[in-house]
Design a protein around this ligand. Structure first.
Ligand code: B12
Length: 215
C-alpha cells in the first residue's frame, strides 16, 4: 500500500496533476506514511524525473512548471503536518533561509525551513530571488545564528558567494554561520566561497545547523 501511494505521488507530479497530488498526499497521511517520506520518496522523485526529462529535451518548460506546481500542492498538505508534529516550545536558535538573486526555485529550501522549524528552530523564510543586500539587511534585523542560501541554477551559484562577500564588507561575517545548498552546489563550492557548511538534503541540513549552533 505504502509503495503504491508513493508511486502515485511520483506519478501525480510527473503528470503535473495538482489535484491528484493533494489527493494522494492526504491518502499518505491516512495510511500513516511519514510526511517526509511521502515528500522524499514520492513527490521529489517525480520532480527529479521531470527535471531529467527537461534536461534531455524530452519535456517542455510548461511541463516543468506544472510538475513544480503539483509538487507544491502536495507539499501544502504534508509540510504543515511535519511542522506541527514535532514543534517544540523552546527555540533552538534562529535561522534565515532564502533562495539567491535570479533564482525562483523554492521547493528545496521550503522543505529545509520546515524541517528546521519542526526541530524547534525559529525560521525566517525570506523567499526567492533575494538580493545580496536584502540578505545582509535581514541578518542585521533578525540576528540569526545561521543563514541558509539556496541556489538551483549553476548561473546563480555566484550569488551565494556575493552574499558572503557582502556580509564580510558589512563586518557581519563573524556573527552568523552561513550554509549553502541546492542541487548544483557541492562541499567543494562551499569550501571555495568560505561558507560554514553544505548539505545535499534537508535531513543533513538539520544536523548541520544543529552542529553549527552547538559550536
Ligand atoms: C521544479 C523545477 C522548476 C520549477 C520551480 C518551482 C518552484 N517553485 O520551486 C520552475 C518551473 C519554476 C523552474 C524554472 C526554471 N528552471 Co528549474 N527545475 C525544477 C526541478 C525539476 C526540480 C527542483 C526541485 O524542486 N527539486 C526538489 C527539491 C526537494 O530538491 P532540491 O531543490 O535540490 O532541494 C534539496 C537539496 O538540494 C537541499 N537544499 C536545497 N536548498 C537548500 C538550502 C540550504 C541552505 C541547504 C543546506 C540545503 C538545501 O535540501 C533540499 C531538500 O532535500 C529541477 C531539476 C532537479 N533535478 O533539481 C529543475 C532545474 C533546477 N531547473 C533548471 C532550469 C534550467 C530552469 C529554468 C532556467 C528553465 C527556463 N528555461 O526557464 C527556470 C529558472 C527560473 C529561475 N530564474 O529561477 C535546471 C538547472 C540547470 C542548472 N544546473 O543550471 C534544472 C536542474 C533542470 C534541468 N535538468 O535542466 N524549475
Amino acid at each position: 500500500m505504502t509503495s503504491s501511494i508513493l508511486e502515485e505521488l511520483k506519478a501525480a507530479v510527473m503528470e503535473g496533476d495538482s489535484e491528484k497530488s493533494v489527493e494522494f498526499a492526504k491518502k499518505a497521511l491516512e495510511e500513516n506514511i511519514p510526511p517526509l517520506e511521502a515528500i522524499t520518496n514520492g513527490l521529489a522523485k517525480g520532480v527529479k524525473a521531470v527535471g531529467d526529462l527537461f534536461s534531455q529535451g524530452e519535456v517542455f518548460l510548461v511541463e516543468l512548471v506544472m510538475a513544480g506546481d503539483a509538487m507544491k500542492a502536495g507539499m501544502s498538505v504534508l509540510l504543515p503536518v511535519i511542522k506541527e508534529s514535532k514543534m517544540e516550545m523552546k527555540s533552538e536558535g534562529k535561522v534565515i533561509i532564502g533562495t539567491v538573486e535570479g533564482d525562483i526555485h523554492s521547493i528545496g529550501k521550503d522543505i529545509v525551513g520546515t524541517l528546521l522549524e519542526a526541530e524547534g528552530f525559529e525560521v525566517f523564510n525570506i523567499g526567492e530571488d533575494v538580493s545580496s543586500e536584502t540578505f545582509v539587511d535581514k541578518v542585521k534585523e533578525y540576528k540569526p545564528d545561521v543563514l541558509g542560501l539556496s541556489s538551483l541554477l549553476t548561473a546563480t551559484m555566484p550569488a551565494q558567494k556575493a552574499v558572503i562577500e557582502k556580509l564580510k564588507a558589512a563586518g557581519l561575517r563573524g556573527n552568523v554561520k552561513v550554509i549553502i545548498g541546492g542541487a548544483p552546489t557541492t562541499q567543494e563550492w562551499s569550501d571555495e566561497i568560505e561558507a560554514d557548511g553544505w548539505a545535499g538534503d534537508a535531513v543533513t541540513a538539520v544536523s548541520l545547523v544543529k552542529k553549527l549552533v552547538k559550536n
